[in-house]
Design a protein around this ligand. Structure first.
Ligand code: UDP
Length: 475
C-alpha cells in the first residue's frame, strides 16, 4: 500500500481517572471504526477497565491495540494496581498517583518519538503533548472532559473576571459575552479562579497547550450546545469537534460486563418512570452528616430509589457511613436500594422504571441522563459541575437542589443541603406537575437527537469523518 493510502496511525493517551479515561477510549474506538490504526497508551491495570471492549472491536475487524506501560507503583510507594485517581481513598494516594503519572511522561514521549504516528490525541492534563507533537511535526488533538458551555464559561471568568465586580458571594452576575444570559455567583466559582494557586498555573499551562494543539475533541453533540460550540470556535478561536456522545457512538454498555446486576432485576418490578436514581459520580466526598441527611430525605419521600453511596472512607462516630437504623429500615421496606461502591449507571438510567436522576452534574452523568431521556435534580459540587448545571437550566431539563458552594475535587463538600431542600427538588422532579412534564418532554426530545447525532449523516458522525479527511489531507 502506498503511503498516501495506508490507514492513518493515531496514538491515544488518556489520563488515569475513569471519567477521562473511558470517554477517550470511546474516542479511540470511534476512530478505529473509521479505519484509523489506533494504539491506546496506558498502564496495565487501567487497560483492564476496557480490554473487553477492545477485544470486541478487534473481532469486528478494527485495528486497535493497547500499549501497556508499567505504573511505577514501587517507586512512588503505592500498592500494586492502585494507578487510577478514581480508586484513591486518601490525599496521599492521589499525590502518589500524580507523581507516578509524571514519571510516565518520559517513557510515553520516547514511545511516540520512536514510532511517530500521524497524530496523537492526548488528554488535556498532558500539557506537554502539544510541544512534543510540534517537535516531531505531527498534530496533537486535545481530548477534553468538559462540554462547550463549561469551556466557554471558564474562559469568560478567567478573561474578564466578572466575579470581581460583585459585593458578596451570593450576588449574581452575568457571564459577559456568552450566549444565553448565564448568571453565576462567586460562591459557585472554583477557588483557583478566584485566588491564583498552583492549580491556576497548571490550568494556564493546559490552556496554552490547548491553543498550541490542532484542536479539541469534545464529548458532546452539536445540537446540545450549539451556541456555545459556535462561540468556542468563532469567538474564542479554538477549533473543536463535537463528536459525542462517544459512548453512544460505540453502543458501549457498562464496563463490557454482560452479567445482569441485581439492581436491574429490582428495577424490573417497578412502575415506569417511578424510580429516582441518586448518584454523585466517582470522586465526590460528603460528610457523614450530609449522607444521613440524604438518607432521611429519601426515606421520607414516596419515590422508590436507587442510591449509590461511595464514601467508604468516611465513618461517623459509630464507625458507620450510613446510620444503621435507617439503612435497615430502607432495606426492609424494599422502597429503596442502596448500592455501596460502583453501580451500572448507564444501564440504570436506561431502565424504563427510572424517571429522574439526582446528580452531581459530572459531565458524563449529564450526557448519560440526556441520552437516556431522564430529567435531573441537580446538585453540583465542584470541578465543572456548576457550569453543567447551567446547561441543564438552559435546556430546561433540570431542577436545582440548591447547592451553592464550589468545593475542590475530592475534598469534603462545602455545601450542606438540608433534607427539606432535597425533598422539594426530588418531589418537583418526580411529581408529575406541568413543569415536570415539560422537563420530561424536553429531555426525551434531546435523547432522540443524541441518538441521531452518532448515526451516519448525524452531526457527530459527520464531524468525525470531516476531521479524519482533514488529517488525511495534511499527512
Ligand atoms: N459511574 C458508574 N457507576 C458509579 C459511579 C459512576 O458507572 O457508581 C460512571 C458514570 O456512568 C459516569 C462516570 O462514572 O460515566 C462519572 O463521570 P462524571 O463525569 O459524571 O463524574 P465524575 O466521576 O468525574 O465526578
Amino acid at each position: 500500500m502506498d503511503s498516501e493510502n495506508r490507514p492513518l496511525r493515531a496514538y491515544f493517551i488518556p489520563y488515569l481517572t475513569t471519567s477521562h479515561l473511558m470517554p477517550q477510549v470511546d474516542m479511540a474506538m470511534i476512530f478505529a471504526a473509521h479505519g484509523v490504526d489506533v494504539t491506546i497508551v496506558t498502564t496495565y491495570f487501567n487497560s483492564l477497565l476496557f480490554q473487553k471492549s477492545i477485544d470486541k472491536a478487534i473481532t469486528r475487524g478494527h485495528c486497535i491495540n493497547v500499549h501497556k506501560l508499567k505504573f511505577p507503583f514501587r517507586e512512588v510507594g503505592l500498592p500494586e494496581g492502585l494507578e487510577n485517581f478514581s480508586d484513591a481513598t486518601s490525599d496521599e494516594h492521589r499525590q502518589k498517583i500524580g507523581k507516578g503519572v509524571s514519571m510516565l511522561q518520559k517513557p510515553i514521549e520516547q514511545f511516540i518519538r520512536d514510532n511517530r504516528p500521524d497524530f496523537i490525541v492526548a488528554d488535556m492534563f498532558l500539557y506537554w503533548a502539544s510541544d512534543l507533537a510540534s517537535d516531531i511535526g505531527i498534530p496533537r488533538l486535545t481530548s477534553h472532559g468538559m462540554g462547550h458551555l463549561a469551556l466557554c464559561a471558564a474562559d469568560c471568568l478567567l478573561r474578564y473576571g466578572p466575579h470581581k465586580t460583585v459585593q458578596s458571594d451570593k450576588e449574581p452576575f452575568l457571564l459577559p459575552g456568552l450566549p444565553g444570559k448565564i448568571q453565576m455567583t462567586r460562591s459557585e466559582i472554583a477557588e483557583w479562579i478566584k485566588v491564583p494557586n498552583a492549580y491556576t498555573s497548571l490550568m494556564q499551562m493546559i490552556n496554552e497547550s490547548i491553543r498550541k494543539s490542532y484542536g479539541v475533541l469534545v464529548n458532546s453533540f452539536y445540537e446540545l450546545e450549539k451556541d456555545y460550540a459556535d462561540h468556542y470556535r468563532n469567538v474564542l478561536g479554538i477549533k473543536s469537534w463535537s463528536i459525542g456522545s462517544v459512548r453512544l457512538f460505540n453502543a458501549r454498555n457498562d464496563s463490557g460486563n454482560d452479567d445482569k446486576h441485581d439492581c436491574l432485576t429490582w428495577l424490573d418490578s417497578r412502575n415506569p418512570n417511578s424510580v429516582v436514581y441518586v448518584s454523585f459520580g466517582s470522586l465526590c466526598s460528603f460528610s457523614s452528616a450530609q449522607i444521613s441527611e440524604i438518607a432521611k430525605a429519601l426515606d421520607s419521600m414516596n419515590h422508590p430509589f436507587i442510591w449509590v453511596v461511595r464514601n467508604e472512607d468516611k465513618e461517623n462516630d459509630d464507625g458507620e457511613w450510613l446510620p444503621r437504623e435507617l439503612e435497615e429500615k430502607i432495606t426492609k421496606s424494599k422502597k429503596g436500594l442502596i448500592i455501596k461502591g460502583w453501580a451500572p449507571q448507564m444501564s440504570i438510567l436506561q431502565h424504563p422504571a427510572v424517571g429522574g436522576f439526582l446528580t452531581h452534574c459530572g459531565w458524563n452523568s449529564v450526557l448519560e441522563a440526556i441520552e437516556a431521556g431522564v430529567p435531573m435534580a441537580t446538585w453540583p459540587l465542584g470541578a465543572d459541575q456548576f457550569y453543567n448545571e447551567k446547561l441543564t437550566q438552559v435546556l430546561g431539563v433540570g431542577v436545582k437542589v440548591g447547592s451553592e458552594a464550589w468545593t475542590q475535587l475530592l475534598e469534603e463538600s462545602r455545601s450542606y443541603v438540608e433534607k427539606e431542600k432535597i425533598e422539594k427538588a426530588v418531589n418537583e422532579l418526580m411529581g408529575g406537575g406541568e413543569e415536570a412534564k415539560m422537563r420530561m418532554k424536553k429531555v426525551k426530545e434531546l435523547s432522540v437527537i443524541a441518538k441521531a447525532a452518532v448515526k451516519e449523516g448525524g452531526s457527530s458522525y459527520s464531524n468525525v469523518t470531516a476531521l479524519l479527511d482533514e488529517l488525511r489531507q495534511r499527512r
